[in-house]
Design a protein around this ligand. Structure first.
Ligand code: TPP
Length: 627
């Protein structure tokens, strides 16, 4: 790669970086070379380990500029979501080759990973609220450092961020809000505010006009004089061209829009922003995916977060031949159900691509019944309640972890009025490398505390269809949990199972041993039990809440009941079954295997299962050992 004036510029060994102090002594050509090296490292490491590629490629220069301008030995930068903090990780002395590896470098900011990670998240739109708290604490402690919230255009339109914007301006504690505007959320952003950002960025044509004007005028002496004079009125011109926006209307100082790949321009903008007393928004325009053509040209969001891939071809390294993800299975089922149920409406809070549902927007017949609300999980559910009370059937596709945001809306706006809705709870259970912020292991427990709620989990694609069909039969809020894993391609069969009933996979009442389990891992346990010739009654508890009391009552004379739920903490199936058994004076032994109520750190899903003795082979060993 060729850079102007970089003949004498030397590469910096990224592995030798300890902290961002060195940036202050680098020239702009050196900084640009560093940016290009960091970009290569991000592509290389993400291609090997998977991760958030596009967002990180877009913010290389912006992060360099910020960490050069601020003093990270005292100033605090809070990255919203934290998925775009790879350059920050490199500049603060971390080895990106260990990205997302067990005991390596996590994909988000982590307090225990580096003193330069001052806050943690993984869910979006927390940065401005947190920064507000940081700044108030700073001022109360009479300290003197800068607090910076680094947030994307997809995340700043979320309700939490808007609540923070509404409140922060009333405190005298200054925060820098760096708005990283790449015109993308995971895919194209939706909603009125994203239109506003697009308008401001278009107004940024002003910036290019200004640049061209300066170049032309400063090439002669007279021109320079005229330029200097006209510079004094440039802010007025700007005021006319970059018309008022939400931030200035709310009372924030506003600087921008600035070219996010021009370190010098960003530095100038930061200098201006540091002169204001008030909290300030620095609006920076970046190109998501910059430097990797597949990611640069991606409009649907495929390259936002990827598994390992071949750099040259862009092809994924793990092909999963003959298998399908549960998200894919449900995307086909959703299409089928939407075709069969005219009043069904699909709602997604910015995760259509992750849940493989973007294909439904391409279906001419269905696209008008798809609503992407952006990162707005609370709104998604209350919107669903408004549709449901008017006779429509909402299908809400949502990741388990992000559904945490909508607990109140599920309880207050849907379940309380006993309104019908189908929830497809994606990435339910352990999620692997995304780590503790993204685990889908808590929803079973918290959903089971809400009245009028049905929680289910299929163990095969045919059961998925059975449950999806059943969810349209007026059962109120019907949740179907689907895990983050692949299943062998298989033909779907029409199953016949009464609503709320469990299924016996083995039926051997003489043994007085029952194993009650759930999900695809139950099917693996089934074959391990067969291999080990363990005789028992094996039950598929696909209705997790409420449980099948009729079947449970038939087990009261058994001597041992084992409960196996590798997709959830204790609340849900395990506590529902044990409560029933205790209430009905079960005299036998109970063993329960489930995920402990912990925040589970990044590792592969199998490593996480193994750690908690939840692999089917481990369960067989435990049963053999009489545990
Ligand atoms: C509450 C919540 N919902 C959904 C997500 C999934 N998610 C991660 S990053 C992202 C897009 C964020 O867009 P933006 O803030 O513009 O950042 P960019 O990736 O474009 O840099 C989404 C939807 C999340 N992390 N948190």
């Amino acid at each position: 790669m060729k850079y102007k004036n970089v003949a004498s510029v030397e590469h910096i060994n990224l592995k030798e970086i300890k902290n961002p102090d060195f940036l202050k002594s680098l020239s702009y050509p050196e900084l640009n070379l560093l940016a290009s090296d960091i970009r290569k490292e991000i592509i290389e490491c993400t291609s090997n380990n998977g991760g958030h590629l596009s967002g990180n490629l877009g913010v290389v220069e912006l992060t360099i500029a910020l960490e050069r301008f601020f003093d990270l030995s005292k100033d605090k930068i809070i990255f919203d979501v934290g998925h775009q903090s790879y350059t920050h990780k490199i500049l603060t002395g971390r080895d990106l080759t260990k990205l997302r590896k067990t005991n390596g470098i996590e994909g988000f900011q982590k307090l225990d990973e580096s003193p330069y990670d001052v806050y943690e998240c993984g869910h979006s739109s927390t940065s401005i609220s947190a920064a507000n708290g940081f700044a108030i604490a700073r001022d109360m402690n009479h300290e003197n450092h800068n607090v910076v919230a680094f947030i994307g255009d997809g995340s700043i339109v979320n309700g939490l961020a808007l609540e923070a914007l509404n409140n922060l301006i009333h405190s005298n504690s200054k925060v820098f809000i760096i708005l990283n505007d790449n015109g993308m959320s995971i895919s194209k952003p939706v909603g009125a505010l994203s239109k506003m950002f697009a308008r401001i960025s278009t107004d940024a044509s002003y910036v290019w006009v200004k640049k061209g004007y300066r170049k032309l005028m400063t090439s002669t002496k007279l021109g320079k004089k005229i330029y200097d004079f006209s510079a004094s009125i440039k802010n007025r011109i700007k005021g006319l061209l970059v018309s008022s926006n939400l931030f200035s209307e709310l009372g924030y100082s506003y600087v921008g829009p600035v070219d996010g790949h021009d370190i010098k321009a960003i530095t100038k903008a930061l200098k201006r922003a540091s002169r204001t007393q008030k909290s300030v928004v620095v609006h920076v325009c970046t190109l998501k995916g910059k430097g990797y053509s597949y990611a640069e040209n991606d409009t649907n969001g495929y390259w936002h977060g990827v598994g390992p891939f071949d750099i040259e071809s862009g092809e994924p390294k793990n092909k999963h031949v003959g298998e399908r993800s549960w998200s894919t299975i449900f995307s086909y089922l959703t299409e089928e159900e939407m075709e069969n149920h005219e009043k069904s409406i699909l709602i997604s809070p910015a995760t259509l691509v992750g849940s493989c549902l973007d294909r439904i927007i391409k279906n001419e017949k269905l696209k008008n019944r798809v609503i992407d609300v952006g990162i707005a999980e609370e709104h998604a559910v209350t919107l669903a309640s408004g549709l449901s009370i008017n006779g429509y059937h909402p299908i809400i596709s949502i990741y388990s972890t992000f559904m945490q945001r909508s607990y109140d809306q599920i309880s207050h706006d849907l379940a309380r009025m006993n309104l019908n809705a189908t929830f497809l709870v994606d990435r339910a259970g352990l999620v692997g490398q995304d780590g503790d912020t993204h685990q889908g292991i808590y929803d079973e427990a918290y959903l089971s505390t809400i009245p009028n709620i049905v929680v289910t989990m299929p163990s095969t694609p045919s059961e998925a269809k059975l449950l999806f069909d059943e969810s349209f039969n007026n059962h109120g809020c019907f949740f179907i949990r689907l895990p983050r894993c692949y299943v062998k391609d298989q033909e779907m069969m029409d199953l016949n199972l009464p609503y709320g009933s469990w299924m016996k996979l083995f039926d051997d009442p003489k043994q007085k041993l029952a194993i009650i389990g759930v999900g695809p891992l139950l099917r693996e346990l089934q074959s391990e039990l067969s291999k080990a010739r363990i005789k028992c009654t094996l039950i598929n508890a696909l209705y997790v809440n409420p449980v099948d009391e009729k079947m449970l009552s038939s087990l009261l004379g058994y001597s041992k009941i084992v409960i196996y739920n590798p997709y959830s903490t204790r609340g849900g199936l395990v506590s529902n079954v044990t409560s029933y058994l205790l209430d009905h004076k079960f005299k036998g032994a109970i063993s329960a295997y489930f995920i402990p109520n912990e925040f589970v750190r990044a590792a592969s899903i199998d490593e996480q299962l193994e750690k908690y003795n939840l692999l089917p082979t481990q369960i067989v060993d435990l049963i053999k050992a009489g545990k």
